[in-house]
Design a protein around this ligand. Structure first.
Ligand code: TMP
Length: 214
């Protein structure tokens, strides 16, 4: 039996990490075998190296198409190495970011050609592997960046260092992706109390539990 593929998306500082902890705690309670992973960097050595290249401020300028291809290379490795084997073992996969991030950040943020470049690239890399459900946590760009500075207290990474208008385009882009994929993407207001958000995530997962029990 194939597992359920769950992705979690949102602008930087939207609270994905906390929500993923709640989500995996729920799977644990229900006795569901799962694997929690992330992009970029969810695979082994290669993925770690690509993550470092993409996020280290020391990388300096990475041109937008090269950046998109590096994220795509990470995803191609991650799918083969981690995601598909786990789904084929019947595990649920909880993935912190996936192909929607590519459209939001490289498409809307960097303003690369979505229909001409990013969609064909995604199709080549991802093929038919669509998430069963995507939780999108939205907060305003200013709020997300403020949370990062407050929480981390350390230097922002190469993407977080981008100007506010870049992050605003990413947020707007996520909104457009959600409007285009209402059957898959569940939009959640990241300003709501954590417990409320977790309750909604859990309720959205209930229909998938019956699939597990078949
Ligand atoms: P995170 O692990 O803290 O979420 O950071 C990953 C960063 O990489 C975040 O700023 C979003 C960005 N990103 C892209 O720009 N494109 C992608 O395809 C993915 C997966 C992430």
């Amino acid at each position: 039996m194939k597992g359920v593929f769950i992705t979690v998306e949102g602008p930087d500082g939207a609270g994905k990490t906390t929500q993923i902890q709640g989500l995996t705690a729920f799977l644990q309670e229900k006795g569901i075998p799962y694997l929690c992973t992330r992009e970029p960097g969810g695979g082994g050595y290669v993925a770690q190296k690509i993550r470092e290249l993409l996020l280290s401020p020391e990388s300096g300028r990475i041109f937008p198409r090269a950046e998109a291809l590096l994220y795509a290379a990470d995803r191609a490795q991650h799918i083969e190495e981690v995601i598909l084997p786990a789904l084929n073992r019947g595990e649920w996969v909880v993935c912190d970011r996936f192909a929607d991030s590519q459209l939001a950040y490289q498409g809307y943020g960097r303003q690369l050609d979505i229909p001409g470049f990013l969609q064909p690239l995604n199709q080549l890399v991802v093929g038919d592997l669509q998430p069963d459900i995507t939780f999108l946590f939205l907060v305003a760009a200013e709020e997300g960046l403020a949370r990062i500075i407050e929480k981390r207290g350390a230097a922002p990474d190469r993407m977080e260092q981008e100007a506010l208008d870049f992050h605003q385009r990413v947020c707007d882009g996520y909104g457009k992706l959600a409007a285009e994929n209402p059957e898959r993407i569940v939009v959640l207001d990241g300003m709501r109390p954590i417990a409320d958000l977790q309750a909604e995530v859990r309720s959205r997962l209930i229909p998938f539990l019956s699939r597990q029990n078949k």
